[in-house]
Design a protein around this ligand. Structure first.
Ligand code: ADE
Length: 231
């Protein structure tokens, strides 16, 4: 998979992909990740990427021209409608659809993912209307730019690329894969200052352990994320 990030802060990503699973996936050539400076696609002397909003109001808006030019040069497509089905062009914005584990699984199927990081007060709406295939938000809060959201999306996607995780099964047993949160995990010591590991986990009785884990996952979900049970 090829991942291209469009940003006015390419240095933000300098070491971000040098750790853990992402570093291993890059070393194994499962994914190549590049951060591109949006200013390279400006054509004016001052390399302007933003301008004042029509209709007035605070702040600046990212201009469409450099973003359209960048996406065309990276994907070969001029418009979202022309982007081939093995590629996704994604705008990170608080106005986007909620990014979930199933979005991550969908994105993990593509051969190229272009992530457009918004900034300032916003991005010219023609980018969302005509250029991208997806507009996603990582949650109901406003970040000062799409860069941290791009990191979140990349992390969630790369670990789902076949071969990226040590064990092929680990992604199917974790939180959200069954519509529930993950079951609780424990390691040694069995008694830490009076805080005990549930007895059943020490028995080696696999059927009982599986039963306990599925019940514990359900209880944890009921307590922390009752909204998931409704779905
Ligand atoms: N940019 C600013 N806030 C964001 C959010 N919540 N998700 C994705 N991109 C963003």
């Amino acid at each position: 998979m090829q991942i291209d990030i469009l940003t006015i802060f390419p240095d933000y990503f300098r070491e971000a992909f040098d750790y853990g699973i992402i570093r291993r996936a890059r070393a194994a050539s499962l994914v190549e990740i590049k951060a591109h400076d949006l200013r390279s696609w400006t054509s004016d002397k001052h390399k302007m990427v933003d301008d004042r909003p029509f209709g007035g109001g605070d702040g600046m808006v990212l201009k469409p021209e450099p973003i359209f030019a960048a996406v065309e040069s990276l994907t070969g497509a001029k418009r979202g409608a022309d982007v081939p089905s093995n590629k996704r062009v994604v705008l990170l914005s608080p106005q986007g659809k909620q990014f979930t584990q199933s979005t991550a699984a969908e994105f993990a199927q593509s051969e190229q993912l272009v992530l457009v990081c918004g900034r300032y007060e916003g991005v010219d709406e023609r980018v969302a209307e005509a250029l991208v295939t997806d507009e996603v938000s990582i949650g109901d809060y406003v970040l000062s730019g799409g860069e941290p959201a791009a990191l979140v999306v990349i992390d969630a996607v790369v670990r789902l690329i076949p071969g990226a995780l040590g064990s092929e099964t680990s992604a199917t047993t974790e939180s959200f894969s069954e519509g529930l949160l993950d079951y609780p995990h424990y390691t040694r010591p069995p008694d830490f200052e009076g805080l005990k590991v549930p007895e059943v986990l020490l028995t080696g009785h696999h059927a009982e352990i599986a039963k306990w884990r599925s019940k514990a996952a359900e209880e944890k979900t009921k307590k922390n994320r009752p909204d998931l049970l409704k779905e």
